[in-house]
Design a protein around this ligand. Structure first.
Ligand code: BES
Ligand code: MN
Ligand code: ZN
Length: 492
């Protein structure tokens, strides 16, 4: 489903529901005042009686009963003190509002945003929070349902008194983020008997067909063998599905300009391999390609926005299966970098596919490299589903990501890497082992990757906790960290 964004400068266009902010003590600002005028004070009268708008984020329906305001209903939302509205509070309020709108099966809604000035973010973000909340409320993954229940909502109008270029630009950005999130969620939610390395390669080819700015390269097992990418090959060798390194090249500026790189973990299913996972442990492991899905989403958003950067998306795609052909604990493998790895646990496979991808991207002499991976269960213990783990060898890059996380409200928390942790990876018979031990699991995983990223500014996002929701037996993609990644790319 695609949401259509429009703009308007008055309330004369018909809409199923108009979302109108009111403030603490039922204070009316410009738009609300105008409407109150058009309704001969009916809004003020309604607010006087209303008891349901006490707290920030509270909502209340109001039926205009006048031909001068062309909305079937008005949804009032209390946004607190006009001068104290934070992104966090506004985002929460919009999630609630979007939930209501969806439950009413509206086809078209309008948001009055004139008075919504966020304390800690600009108008771009106001519109993004609205768009993302609506994307979440209306998103369905239904290709495998006999009777799909598609959302009715199609059209979102942003109403302001003055239309300018900036607003059009904000809407474009919000719409690109929504498209990127939907792309990510569709891929991540796709079942693992369909979404396999080959399927991801086909998706990449579709990207290059859809966008003139995108070209695709696919390294199959033969090509990977030829260049010596022994780590990704080891992970996939137990599966009938052939491993692939998928490269999306987006050119938005002069070809000679050094690119930025996004690398995604694309384990299309993680059984753990010969170190087989339990039932609980394996549930949700189709989402082990969420990093790859986020790279697709971010590249799509960049192409939609025609960003003036060069961007390379690399997906390390493989399936981690047990069996007679599968790699085993205590195998020693040689990575693309030439460094040898003693595999002590076949379930620590993400770092193995990533290390070859991270070595491969050296050839681009990149300005920056960010890898995105559902890498460790330990990051869930550490940060829950609130923040993604951030690790980096470059202060400037880390700060840019932290800034983007703040403005997009798509949180990260930086955790350490360093010599003392890195030493836990030393092996007696190879250059390193693929696990550190019980302690600091997310950090030792990051330290492993750091051994392959010495030639450029690099950051690693561990999204095992944030990329999918986990409630009972239910799992679903969240679309994170697309808001963060697109915010970061826009900063560039
Ligand atoms: N894909 C998992 C990490 C994961 C766990 C993602 C839970 C989402 C939810 C990863 O490949 C894995 O199995 N990691 C192991 C590493 C261990 C063997 C060092 C883990 O976290 O247990
Ligand atoms: Mn694993
Ligand atoms: Zn995994």
């Amino acid at each position: 489903m695609t949401l259509l964004f429009k703009t308007a400068t008055n309330f004369t266009a018909m809409t199923d529901c108009l979302i109108l902010p009111v403030w603490e003590k039922k204070h009316l600002l410009s738009h609300a005042k105008n409407i109150d005028g058009a309704l001969d004070g009916a809004l003020t009268a309604f607010l006087k009686k209303s008891t349901s708008l006490e707290n920030v984020g509270d909502v209340s329906f109001f039926s205009p009963m006048s031909k001068r305001v062309k909305a079937t209903q008005i949804l009032l939302v209390n946004l607190g003190k006009p001068e104290g509205l934070t992104s966090a509070a506004f985002r929460k309020a919009m999630e609630k509002v979007a939930g209501y709108l969806e439950s009413q099966h509206y086809k078209s809604v309008s948001f009055s945003i004139d008075d919504v000035l966020l304390k800690d973010a600009d108008i771009n973000h106001t519109i993004r929070f609205i768009a993302i909340a609506l994307q979440h409320a209306t998103y369905r993954f239904e290709p495998y349902k006999s009777a799909p229940k598609t959302s009715a909502l199609r059209e979102i109008t942003i109403v302001t008194t003055t239309l300018d270029k900036n607003l059009e630009e904000s809407i474009k950005q919000a719409s690109a983020i929504v498209q990127g999130m939907t792309t990510m969620m569709d891929l991540a939610n796709c079942p693992p008997n369909i979404c396999q390395p080959n399927y991801l390669a086909e998706q990449a080819k579709l990207f290059s067909k859809a966008y003139e700015t995108i070209t695709v390269k696919i390294l199959d097992e033969k090509a990977l063998k030829k260049i010596g990418a022994g780590a990704i090959l080891a992970v996939g060798q137990g599966s009938q599905q052939k491993s692939k390194l998928i490269i999306l090249e987006y050119t938005g500026t002069t070809k000679t300009k050094a690119p930025h790189v996004l690398v995604g973990k694309g384990i299309t299913f993680d059984t753990g391999g010969n170190n087989l996972k339990s039932f609980e442990g394996m549930l949700g492991m189709k989402y082990d390609m969420s990093g790859a899905a986020s790279v697709f989403g971010a590249v799509k958003a960049a192409a939609e926005l025609k960003l003036k950067i060069n961007l390379i998306g690399v997906i390390a795609a493989a399936e981690n299966m047990p069996g007679t052909d599968a790699y085993r604990p205590e195998d020693v493998i040689t990575s693309l970098s030439g460094q040898t790895i003693e595999v002590l646990n076949t379930d620590a496979e993400g770092r193995l596919v990533l290390c070859d991808a991270l070595t491969y991207v050296e050839r681009y002499k990149p300005q920056s490299v960010i890898d995105i991976a559902t890498l460790t269960g330990a990051i869930i213990t550490c940060l829950g589903d609130v923040n993604s783990g951030l690790f980096s060898n470059d202060e400037t890059l880390a700060e840019k990501i932290q800034q983007a996380a703040k403005t997009s409200q798509d949180g990260v928390w930086r955790l350490p890497i360093g010599e003392a942790y890195d030493a836990m990876l030393n092996s007696s018979i190879a250059d390193m082992r693929n696990i550190g031990g019980a302690a600091a699991g997310s950090t030792t995983a990051a330290c492993f990757l750091a051994r392959f990223t010495k030639k450029y500014a690099w950051a690693h996002l561990d999204i095992a906790g944030t990329a999918s929701i986990k409630t009972g037996l239910h799992r679903a993609s969240t679309g994170r960290p697309i808001p963060l990644l697109v915010d970061y790319l826009l900063q560039l």
